[in-house]
Structure formats: structure tokens, C-alpha cells
Write a protein that binds this ligand. Structure first.
Ligand code: AQP
Length: 346
């Protein structure tokens, strides 16, 4: 053993800065798409060494839209398996399921009482989802952003890596936290949104003016991470483009722009490089090439996913470990909040 001499005059060892905290999640509300992959999960994997990351399968959010129970249960396992298959290491990140940590629902309720009806009414996701689910415009759909604020604030997260569609929810989370801090003194860290450089908004292949969504009723609109190769290629072949025939990134060419973004995310090539590569070639060639790079990129993810899904006990062990860790951290914030608002703790 090394003999270290203590010297009281020696300068104190440089104190290591604690890692910044990251929180994010995906709803197990369908087959995860390349929008979820490029806008969120792929970005998360680049953060796992430098940050203290918590990634959640947000099943409480998923029931704001009616789910078939057996599907929801299966997709909860699948979503966790996709996180790991995409490269999230369960030893470096806290991976967990939202309903396993009751503090989310508890803080969600409390924050409902500090969120205004008017601000929730302005959320575009609420407007879009109410239009899509006109027969089930439930209170949970309306207060979704408050629960999302609770998810983030419970862990005193510094950063929330999300796609562009979630930017408005990050803003309202900051407003709620600021309001609470204004009344009771510093309680919550005010988080920042953190968007990837590319892939922030992947559009539907069937209607490139709309975001690609896993709950789209038109299966040709999205490419699922688990879609087989032939399905991926067929969906790209059918992708809506325009009457022009030149592969270039320009205003009004939503379909081609979207395909160029996807190609760029999977190959690392810039738009200029893509334009040069497909100079003089038609859309047919281009769509085929996009389908192939996407299918190639997803092959290892799918292989790892299939292995993981054979071992439910392993996935449950990850869920259990993640929930214990998350619950311990979440409780600290919740106790602080309860004290501040005047709840008696026994
Ligand atoms: N099309 C997209 N482009 C880029 N990022 C996207 N994300 C979703 N769609 C795209 C990002 O994925 C993360 C998880 O999303 P979610 O499942 O919690 O909810 P969502 O944003 O409502 O995603 P979907 O696929 O549209 O789900 P459904 O259809 O169930 O509502 C978020 O970071 C999101 O930005």
C-alpha cells in the first residue's frame, strides 16, 4: 500500500465539480420511431459519460391517450430494451419506469395547483392531441405539461434533451418552477432544454408538414426503430416529395428536406455533400439510398433489442435498480417541497 504523508499545509485537493443532471423520457405509446431516435435517444447516448443522466419510460403520460393494457405492458419492456439497444448503459444511467416512482404523480398534483388554466390552454400538443382524440379530451391530456414539469424538477435537472416539439413544455416547466421559487424561495433548479444539432424535428413521410409520430394512424407516415428492412425501404420509396426532380435543400421542398435531414443524421453528411452525391440522379435513387442507410443503421439496434427481449428478468432487474435510485432522489425534493408548502410530515 502506498504510504501517504499527511501535510496540513498542503493545498486541498481540487474538488471535483458534481456532474450536471439530465432527465428525459419517451412514452411507451406505440412503436418508437426514428423521430424519437434522432430527436432524443441517439442524443442521450452521447451524454452518458459527462452527465448524471436519468432516462424514464413515461407510462403515466402514455395513458393520457387510451392504451390497450397488454400493449402498454409489452411496450414498457420494449421501450426500456430500445434505450439499452440504442447504447444507453444501465450502469452509467438511471433507467426506470415512471409509475415505479410515485413521487412523479405526487409532485404532478402539487404543481397542478401552481399552474394556470390559461397557460395549459396555450399548449400546441394539447390542441393537436385533443383534435386527434376528440372523444377523449381528458384532464390528464390537459395537465400533461405539469406532470412533465414534475418529472424534470424532482431530479433538479440542469438539462432536458428533447426534440423541438417539446420546447413549449420545457418553457412552461421553467415558468412553473420560477413561480414556485418566487413564492417559497429557492426550491427547484430551473432547467434548460437541450436539443441535438440535427434531427430536432423529423417529419412524417406521408405528410412532411406534420411531425413524425408513433401514434400516427397512417403507418406509412413513420418508420419504427424495429421495422424490418423491407418495410423501411418500402416506406421510404413511398415517401411524399414534390414535382421537382432535383435533390436540394430549399424552402417549399418539405419532403426532400426531411429525407435529406434523415440521411444526414444517419451518414453525418452535410446537405451540400448530399446535393453533390445525388447531382443528376432522380428521387428514386435518393429515396432508396435513404432507406438503405436507415435500415443499415438500425440493424445492430434491432439485433441487440431481440436479445434483450428474451431476458425479461434482466430488464426487470434494471427497472428495479433504476426505480430505487430514482425514488431516493425524488423523495429528497418532494420532502423539501412538502415542508415549504406546509404539509405535516410524520
Ligand atoms: N418527429 C420527431 N422528431 C424529433 N424528435 C421527436 N420526438 C418525438 N417525435 C419526434 C422526441 O422524442 C421524445 C419522446 O417523445 P414522446 O414519446 O414522449 O412524445 P411525443 O413527442 O409526443 O412523441 P410521439 O412519437 O409524437 O408520440 P405520440 O405519437 O405518442 O404522441 C421527445 O424528446 C420528443 O421531442
Amino acid at each position: 500500500m502506498e504510504n501517504i504523508e499527511m501535510n496540513s499545509n498542503a493545498p486541498a485537493a481540487a474538488k471535483e465539480e458534481p456532474k450536471k443532471v439530465i432527465f428525459s423520457g419517451v412514452q411507451p405509446s406505440g412503436l418508437l420511431t426514428i423521430g424519437n431516435y434522432l430527436g432524443a435517444i441517439k442524443n442521450w447516448t452521447t451524454l452518458q459519460d459527462a452527465y448524471d443522466c436519468l432516462y424514464c419510460v413515461v407510462n403515466l403520460h402514455a395513458i393520457t391517450v387510451r392504451q390497450i393494457p397488454a400493449d402498454l405492458r409489452r411496450r414498457t419492456y420494449e421501450t426500456l430494451a430500445i434505450y439499452i439497444a440504442c447504447g444507453l448503459d444501465p450502469d452509467k444511467n438511471t433507467l426506470f419506469v415512471q409509475s415505479h416512482v410515485p413521487a412523479h404523480a405526487e409532485l404532478g398534483w402539487l404543481l397542478d395547483c401552481y399552474t394556470m388554466f390559461g397557460e395549459l390552454s396555450r399548449m400546441t400538443q394539447f390542441k393537436d392531441k385533443s383534435a386527434k382524440n376528440a372523444d377523449n379530451v381528458n384532464a390528464g391530456l390537459f395537465t400533461y405539461p405539469t406532470l412533465m414539469a414534475a418529472d424534470i424538477l424532482l431530479y433538479q435537472a440542469d438539462l432536458v434533451p428533447v426534440g423541438q416539439d417539446q420546447q413549449q413544455h420545457i418553457e412552461i416547466c421553467r415558468d412553473i418552477a420560477g413561480r414556485f421559487n418566487g413564492i417559497y424561495g429557492n426550491t427547484f433548479k430551473i432547467p434548460e432544454g437541450f436539443m441535438p444539432k440535427t434531427g430536432t424535428k423529423i417529419m412524417s413521410l406521408a405528410d412532411p408538414t406534420k411531425k413524425m409520430s408513433k401514434s400516427d394512424s397512417n403507418e406509412n407516415g413513420y418508420v419504427a426503430i424495429l421495422d424490418p428492412r423491407d418495410v423501411i425501404i418500402r416506406k421510404f420509396k413511398r415517401a411524399v416529395t414534390d414535382s421537382d426532380t432535383v435533390v436540394r435543400y430549399a424552402e417549399g421542398k418539405d419532403g426532400v428536406n426531411n429525407l435529406m435531414n434523415i440521411y444526414s443524421c444517419f451518414t453525418g453528411k452535410t446537405h451540400e455533400e448530399i446535393e453533390r452525391e445525388f447531382d443528376g440522379r432522380g428521387y428514386g435513387d435518393f429515396k432508396m439510398a435513404v432507406g438503405e442507410v436507415v435500415a443499415d443503421g438500425l440493424t445492430p439496434v434491432q439485433a441487440r433489442f431481440n436479445e434483450l427481449m428474451k431476458d425479461k428478468a434482466y430488464l426487470e432487474e434494471i427497472m428495479r435498480r433504476g426505480a430505487e435510485n430514482a425514488q431516493r432522489r425524488a423523495r429528497r425534493t418532494l420532502s423539501k417541497v412538502y415542508r415549504k408548502v406546509g404539509f405535516v410530515e410524520i
